[in-house]
Design a protein around this ligand. Structure first.
Ligand SMILES: [Zn+2]
Length: 457
């Protein structure tokens, strides 16, 4: 019998259940997910988006008849092509106008990056590597005639003024006339689409080479260094981890470089995606001159990868095998990202504070400078320090670390599931009163980190 239609159907949130990392369901669902594999194939390089867009535009410009011919064997496909593509088809003129627009937007984005001091080194590199390519040099010489000497001078000066580390760039590149004219062409938006695409292509080829070198040379050494450090700490009983788990997590984590120009990463130039086991590191710090910063970032992201997890699976009533897997807690960061639970994003500050403390403890200190010049999450660390030392009783760091690495095993009875988290909660309650951590979290969301720290003081 059919149900009568409901006047206002209530949308039920999907039912989720907690699952264990070791369960076959987890393994199967994860590895059969396309996104899990696709994230590893991504080439996060400045300009990729332009190539994708152009491909898309060019495909739309293929006449419908040409498409239909390809599928002469299947009237059904032909029919759907007629339906969809006839509407979407554009003329070759429209296509080149579309391409021009995409390229122009990309050039504008680059101009912005060029004037942003956080990107100086990367934009300079980008321009410099372009002028090492003979084909680009030839095209550049022709287009240079369209700009005056004063425009070249003005743009060079503009860039230098905006840029507090331009001394570094000047030392590296000198006043290379090709770089100067390229800056002026981009600055005055007089560069042709064709030349810009050549430059993007060149950049992609260089980035791929850089990535290959990183994966073949730097990465194996970093992984070994990290694993040895962690195993030694386990032997000293400092970290509540098993060597098997460390080996497993390190084995499944895919480390890659992300072009510094592509997008801003975490404050410390790295990112870990628990849903796909991908660690991305900013290509800026893969440079030999920034070896130490690379170590700190790499250790930081790998600690995220080793930290405890709470995993859930969406229960799909029709097909139990293919419910979506989510990591709702990584370390102490609760990140329940299903839309109806958006408010349950909690304790990121605490998670980052602990992660950076682990970095400090386990990355060998720099040889020359005793201090780190690129401290990240300073305020988050300050807050954690306050919580550990200024309550009714001090709270030892080990309680935080234990909770940070704790994995939820849903096969255990509920009272035995998260013992370290329970101990930490008791410690916090004794020192600061009931519900303290949630109050801090709510305060950060309301008045921000700095004011919250002042209020606690
Ligand atoms: Zn982090």
């Amino acid at each position: 019998m059919e149900k009568p239609p409901q006047p206002q159907p209530k949308i039920e949130p999907p039912r989720v259940e907690k699952i264990a990392e070791s369960s076959p369901t987890y393994q199967e669902n994860r590895y059969s997910n396309e996104y899990y594999h696709d994230d590893k194939k991504n080439l996060d390089c400045f300009g990729n988006f332009v190539f994708d867009m152009i491909k898309h535009i060019r495909e739309k410009a293929i006449p419908v008849e040409e498409r239909l011919q390809k599928f002469s064997h299947s009237p059904v496909i032909q029919e759907s092509i007629r339906d969809v593509y006839e509407r979407l088809h554009i003329t070759p003129d429209e296509a080149s106008a579309g391409i021009h627009e995409v390229v122009l937007k990309n050039i504008e984005l680059f101009r912005k990056l060029m004037l942003d001091k956080n990107y100086t080194v990367s934009t300079n590199n980008f321009l410099y590597e372009a002028t090492q390519n003979p084909e680009i040099i030839t095209a550049l010489r022709q287009e240079k005639q369209s700009i005056s000497k004063s425009t070249i001078r003005r743009h060079r000066k503009l860039k230098d003024e905006q840029d507090p580390i331009s001394r570094w760039a000047n030392r590296t590149f000198g006043s290379d006339p090709s770089v100067d004219s390229l800056i002026a062409l981009v600055g005055a938006k007089k560069i042709s689409d064709e030349l810009w695409l050549k430059i993007l292509n060149n950049h992609e080829a260089n980035f791929k080479e850089y990535l290959r070198e990183f994966r073949e040379q730097k990465l194996p050494a970093l992984l070994e260094q990290f694993q040895n450090t962690i195993e030694a700490a386990i032997d000293r009983d400092e970290l509540p981890l098993s060597k098997d788990l460390v080996k497993k997590r390190l084995g499944q984590t895919h480390v890659t470089l992300k072009d510094a120009l592509h997008s801003a990463l975490e404050k410390n130039r790295g990112r870990f995606n628990p849903e796909t086991d991908v660690v991305s590191v900013d290509s800026f710090i893969a440079h030999p001159a920034r070896k130490k910063q690379l170590e700190y970032t790499f250790f930081h992201e790998m600690f995220h990868a080793l930290s405890g997890r709470l995993i859930t699976k969406e229960v799909n009533e029709e097909d139990d095998e293919l419910g979506e897997i989510r990591h709702e807690r990584i370390g102490l960061h609760f990140n329940i990202s299903r839309e109806e639970h958006q408010k349950l994003q909690r304790f990121r500050w605490l998670n980052e504070a602990i992660t950076t403390r682990l970095e400090d403890k386990y990355v060998p200190p720099p040889e020359k400078t005793p201090e780190r010049s690129y401290l990240s999450y300073e305020k988050e660390r300050e807050l954690l320090e306050l919580i550990m030392t200024k309550g009714k009783a001090p709270i030892d760091e080990k309680f935080f670390t234990a909770a940070y690495f704790e994995n939820l095993d849903p096969t255990l009875p509920p009272e035995k599931r998260l013992p370290a988290w329970k101990t930490l909660s008791q410690q916090l309650e004794q020192s600061w009163g009931k519900g303290f951590l949630n109050r801090v979290d709510a305060s950060i969301k309301k008045i921000g980190l700095v004011k919250t720290i002042e209020a606690i003081k």
